[in-house]
Write a protein that binds this ligand. Structure first.
Ligand code: COA
Ligand code: MG
Length: 289
């Protein structure tokens, strides 16, 4: 998965547009983009989309309301029978929240006649101040954990900040910390890290820069809020032919010298971490070597 497009769950029009886009996944939102009096309608719409949309090539996630809202159970009752690929959990407090959601899903999967564990969990790991201290608690929380991602909008509101970005559009320190903690938390839990949204949705150059920074640092995907962002995200998170060729040369060099712990290629040193990185990139690109 490279691109995950948020679509407000109460908008049939946007859901149709999202399904027609090239996004690798849609995140059907029942949370912040849906007003309180539209929650019930959004649940019905989300369930309908899950039951009727063609799934080929596009995964369907549902972002439910946070565990402390009292809305999560009704959200899950509505959407689990439609077998979403994953539930996105906002305002996650850490591994405990994922374990909690895991239990809720297990019960509902059984009731719906779905295989145990059919539905994954993607946690939004940095939306609250307290959650910054628990991003290391995801390992072992649930075999359903499929990815971690992070958010800067709710976090800035909770911190009482005037803004979360500087005049050039880059994230300020508190949000760079949240981003890094998400990345480390995901790596510690052995799941992919997904970069947060870029809200300035007409600024293609800014989006591209943020995607490239994210890929460089280890994120494997980015969330989108507008269909116009999908093509750039897909492009940046698809390994280039040059990157694939380079990774293949590293793997080939180690295969040619099975006893070597370290090799030199083109005047540069490569050892185990480089080999691991090359293999991860080739796996992402769908190449066995
Ligand atoms: N998914 C699907 N379709 C979308 C879309 C989205 N996220 N965002 C916009 N579109 C559609 C619009 O409905 C419009 O369709 P139309 O041409 O048939 O009228 C078209 O794409 C162009 O939209 P545009 O006019 O550029 O933007 P807008 O002012 O209509 O919408 C937002 C701007 C921000 C309200 C909208 O992009 C949106 O709802 N984004 C998702 C918000 C969200 O889910 N937030 C929660 C996570 S942070
Ligand atoms: Mg939010």
């Amino acid at each position: 998965m490279r691109s995950l497009l948020f679509v407000p769950g109460d908008s049939d029009k946007k859901l149709d547009k999202g399904l027609a886009s090239d996004a690798d996944a849609l995140i059907i939102d029942l949370e912040d983009s849906v007003s309180a009096d539209r929650k019930a309608a959004a649940r019905d719409t989300a369930r309908n989309v899950l039951q009727t949309a063609r799934r080929d090539g596009c995964k369907l996630l549902v972002r439910v309301n946070a565990l402390d809202t009292g809305l999560t159970d009704d959200d899950l009752d509505a959407v689990v029978p439609g077998r979403p690929d994953a539930i996105m959990l906002p305002k996650s407090a850490g591994g405990v929240s994922v374990t909690h959601l895991h239990a809720k899903l297990s019960a509902r999967e059984a009731i719906a006649g779905l295989p145990d564990g059919a539905i994954g969990i993607v946690a939004l790991a940095t939306e609250t101040a307290a959650s910054l201290f628990t991003t290391g608690t995801y390992p072992g929380s649930s075999p359903r954990l499929a990815a971690l991602t992070w958010g800067a909008e709710d976090l800035s509101a909770e911190l009482g900040a005037e803004t979360n970005r500087d005049d050039n559009g880059g994230f300020l320190d508190p949000y760079r910390l949240a981003r890094t903690l998400c990345l480390a938390g995901a790596a510690a839990a052995g799941v992919p890290a997904i970069d947060t949204v870029y809200v300035d949705f007409r600024n293609d150059a800014g989006l591209r820069r943020e995607c490239e920074d994210a890929r460089r640092d280890g994120f494997t995907a980015k969330m989108a809020i507008h269909p116009g962002q999908v093509a750039i995200i897909n492009e940046v998170f698809t390994p280039t032919p040059e990157a694939i060729a380079h990774a293949q040369s590293i793997v080939a060099a180690f295969e040619a010298q099975p006893d070597a712990g370290v090799v030199g290629i083109g005047g540069k040193m490569y050892d185990r971490p480089h080999l691991l990185r090359a293999k991860v990139l080739l796996a992402k690109a769908g190449k066995t070597r």
